[in-house]
Write a protein that binds this ligand. Structure first.
Ligand code: MG
Length: 388
C-alpha cells in the first residue's frame, strides 16, 4: 500500500477538517492525491484549492456558486467540471478515480454522499458524525456488503480505534469518551441561560466550525459521539461513558475486563487523527508540535454533569428509542442550534427543544436510506410548522 498513491475525494474541503486534511495531503504528495473537492459556499477558497490541488471534479452547494466558480476557473486557465447540490456531492463521493473519501461535511447533508461512497466500495474517513448518528447500522451494512471501511476521524474515536487496536473485542469492558466540557464547564444554570452565540462560539481547546463548537458548549457533541462510537465499534450504549477532561490531551480510553485502561494522548490537533486514518495501518512521520507531558503538568478528570448538560441524558433516551430516537435527536439539535445562532432562542432552549421532540418520537427501526431521510425530513418539517 505504501508505494501506491492514495486518491482522495474530499467533501467539506473549506471547513476546519477539510483544511487539516489538505495540510496532510500537501505534506505527503508522494502518498496522496486529490481527485475531487466538495465545498459549500466559499467559492474564492475553492478556487484557491483548485489551483493548488488540481482536482478532476469540484462540487459546490448552489448553482450561483457553480457559475461563479466556473468563470473564475476559466479566467485562471483551468478546465475542471463543477457539479452542484446533493447530486454533485454524491458524484464527488463516488468519483471513479477516488479510492478514499474524506467525509468532512457538517450535519445531515453528509449522509447521502457517505452512503453513496460506501456503496461504491470506497473507504470513508468519517468526520461527519451526523451520518453515523442517523444511519450507523445501515452504513455498517453497506460498508460490509461492498468491502469498504469506515475509518474514524473524530479525535475521540480515533483514540478508541488506536486503543482497541489488535485487542479481542470480548475483552473490552467499556469505552470512555473524553470531553473538554466546553466553555461553560463551570457555569451555573442561571449563567448558562444568559449565554450568547458569541460566547458559545469560543471553544477553549479546539478550533472547529460553528455547529460543532456550539454542540461542544451544550455537550450535544459528546452525546452524538456516544451514538457514533456505538456504531463504529459495535458496542452496546451501556458500555460507553463520558469523562470530562478539560486539557484535551487524553483523547479517549478503553477499559478492559482485567481493569487495564489504554488511552491515546496527543496535543489537540486534528491533523493527528486525520493522518492516522489516511495512512492506516502505517504511521506518518509528522513534523508537528509534540506533546511534552512535563510541560503539560497536569491532567484533570471530572464526572460529567447531566443536570447542567442534559444532552448527555437525552442521548440515552434517544438510544432507547432506537433509529427514530437518534435521528430525531440529531435533526432537532441541528435546527435548534441554527435558531440559537440567529438569536431566536436561548442557550438552554437548545436542549429543551431536543427534549420536546424526543418526547414525541415513537420508537421505530429503519432499513433503507429513504426511510431515514423521510423520517429526518418529517422532524424538520414539524419543527418548521411549529415556527422554527
Ligand atoms: Mg470529537
Amino acid at each position: 500500500m505504501s508505494n501506491k498513491i492514495r486518491k482522495i475525494s474530499l467533501l467539506g474541503a473549506t471547513g476546519s477538517i477539510g483544511r487539516s486534511t489538505l495540510d496532510i495531503v500537501a505534506r505527503f504528495p508522494e502518498r496522496y492525491q486529490i481527485v475531487a473537492l466538495g465545498g459549500g459556499r466559499n467559492i474564492p477558497e475553492l478556487l484557491n484549492l483548485a489551483k493548488r490541488f488540481h482536482p478532476e471534479l469540484l462540487a459546490v452547494q448552489e448553482e450561483s456558486g457553480a457559475d461563479e466558480l466556473t468563470r473564475s476557473l476559466k479566467d485562471a486557465g483551468l478546465s475542471i467540471p463543477v457539479v452542484t447540490g446533493q447530486p454533485g456531492a454524491v458524484a464527488a463521493a463516488t468519483h471513479p478515480n477516488a479510492d478514499m473519501v474524506v467525509a468532512a461535511m457538517v450535519g445531515a447533508v453528509g449522509l447521502e454522499p457517505t452512503y453513496a461512497a460506501l456503496q461504491a466500495g470506497k473507504d470513508v474517513a468519517l468526520a461527519n458524525k451526523e451520518s453515523m448518528v442517523m444511519a450507523g447500522r445501515l452504513l455498517n451494512e453497506v460498508a460490509a456488503a461492498n468491502h469498504a471501511a469506515i475509518l474514524p476521524l473524530d479525535s475521540e474515536h480515533s483514540a478508541l480505534w488506536q486503543a482497541l487496536n489488535g485487542e479481542p473485542e470480548k475483552g473490552v469492558k467499556k469505552l470512555i469518551l473524553t470531553a473538554s466540557g466546553g466553555p461553560f464547564r463551570e457555569f451555573s444554570m442561571a449563567q448558562m441561560a444568559e449565554v450568547t452565540p458569541e460566547q458559545a462560539l469560543c471553544h477553549p481547546r479546539w478550533d472547529m466550525g460553528p455547529k460543532i463548537t456550539i454542540d461542544s458548549a451544550t455537550m450535544m457533541n459528546k452525546a452524538l459521539e456516544i451514538i457514533e462510537a456505538r456504531w463504529l465499534f459495535d458496542m452496546v450504549p451501556e458500555k460507553i461513558e463520558v469523562l470530562v477532561h478539560p486539557q484535551s490531551i487524553v483523547h479517549s480510553l478503553v477499559e478492559y475486563l482485567d481493569g487495564s485502561v489504554l488511552a491515546q494522548l496527543g496535543l489537540p490537533d486534528m491533523r493527528l487523527p486525520i493522518a492516522y486514518a489516511l495512512s492506516y495501518p502505517e504511521r506518518l512521520d509528522l513534523d508537528l508540535p509534540k506533546l511534552n507531558l512535563a510541560e503539560t503538568c497536569r491532567l484533570d478528570f471530572f464526572a460529567a454533569d447531566e443536570r447542567r448538560f442534559p444532552a448527555l441524558k437525552l442521548v440515552r433516551q434517544a438510544l432507547d428509542k432506537g433509529d427514530s430516537g437518534s435521528i430525531a435527536l440529531n435533526a432537532a439539535n441541528e435546527i435548534a442550534v441554527e435558531r440559537f445562532r440567529r438569536g431566536r432562542i436561548g442557550f438552554l432552549e437548545i436542549a429543551e427543544t431536543v427534549a420536546r421532540v424526543l418526547a414525541q418520537t415513537e420508537p421505530q427501526k429503519f432499513t433503507t436510506l429513504n426511510e431515514i431521510l423521510d423520517f429526518d425530513a418529517g422532524i424538520r418539517q414539524s419543527l418548521s410548522s411549529a415556527g422554527y
